[in-house]
Design a binder for this molecule. Structure first.
Ligand code: GAR
Length: 195
C-alpha cells in the first residue's frame, strides 16, 4: 500500500474524509498526520484515531520556511511516505520542498482553479458575481495553487449566499472529491476526475 501523510492546519474535515475512505479496501493507508498548528483540532482527532502525529509549530521559525520544512522532513523520515495530501494546510511550501515531492504531493483548494488562487476564495467568487464555484484537487508545483488538475467539482451559487454558506456547500463536495481522487491517484490513475 502507498503510505500517505496528511498535512492539516485546522479542523481537518478533509483529513477525516481521506482517513475514513482509506479504511475501506484502498490502495493507500494513512500513516501520519502533520500540522504546523499545535492547536489544530485535526491533530486531536488523528491521535484519537490512533494515527501517528507530527506537530512542528511554524511560529519559532519566523520567516525561515526552509528550516521549518527541514524539521518536518526530519520528523517524516521514519514514516517512509509515498504521498503527501495537503488538507487545509495553510503554510506556503518552498520550491525545494515541493520539488522533492513532485508528483507525490496533492492539495485541495476551495475554488475552480485556475480561478481564485490564494485566500478568501468564497468571498471573491461572490464579489465577482459568479454563478458557480467549487473545489479542485491538484498536484502541487512551486507556483501557489497551480499544478495539474486531478479533479474538480462545480457547485451552484445561490442568490443571497454569504461566504460561509458557500464555503459549507463547497466543503461537502470537497469531502467527496478528495477521497475519490486519492483513491484513483494511489492506484496510478492520473486522469482528471470531474464529479
Ligand atoms: C478547506 O475548505 C480547504 O479546501 C481549504 O481549507 C479548508 C480546510 O478545511 N484549503 C485552503 O484554503 C488551502 N489554501 P478542513 O481543515 O476542515 O479540511
Amino acid at each position: 500500500k502507498k503510505r500517505v501523510g496528511i498535512f492539516v492546519s485546522g479542523g481537518g474535515s478533509n483529513m477525516r474524509a481521506l482517513v475514513e475512505d482509506m479504511g475501506r479496501d484502498h490502495p493507500a493507508e494513512p500513516v501520519v498526520v502533520v500540522s504546523n498548528n499545535p492547536h489544530a483540532r485535526g491533530i486531536t482527532w488523528a491521535q484519537d484515531a490512533g494515527l501517528a502525529t507530527v506537530v512542528v509549530d511554524h511560529y519559532p521559525f519566523g520567516r525561515d520556511r526552509a528550516a521549518f520544512e527541514a524539521a518536518i522532513t526530519e520528523a517524516l523520515a521514519p514514516h517512509d511516505l509515498d504521498l503527501i495530501c495537503l488538507a487545509g494546510f495553510m503554510r506556503v511550501l518552498t520550491a525545494g520542498f515541493v520539488t522533492h515531492w513532485r508528483d507525490r504531493m496533492l492539495n485541495i483548494h476551495p475554488s475552480l482553479l485556475p480561478k481564485y488562487r490564494g485566500l478568501h476564495t468564497h468571498a471573491r467568487a461572490l464579489e465577482a458575481g459568479d454563478t458557480e464555484h467549487g473545489c479542485t484537487v491538484h498536484l502541487v508545483t512551486p507556483e501557489l495553487d497551480d499544478g495539474p488538475v486531478l479533479g474538480q467539482v462545480r457547485v451552484p451559487i445561490h442568490a443571497g449566499d454569504t461566504p460561509d454558506d458557500l464555503a459549507a456547500r463547497v466543503l461537502v463536495q470537497e469531502h467527496r472529491l478528495y477521497p475519490a481522487v486519492l483513491r484513483r491517484y494511489a492506484a496510478g490513475d492520473r486522469a482528471p476526475l470531474m464529479l
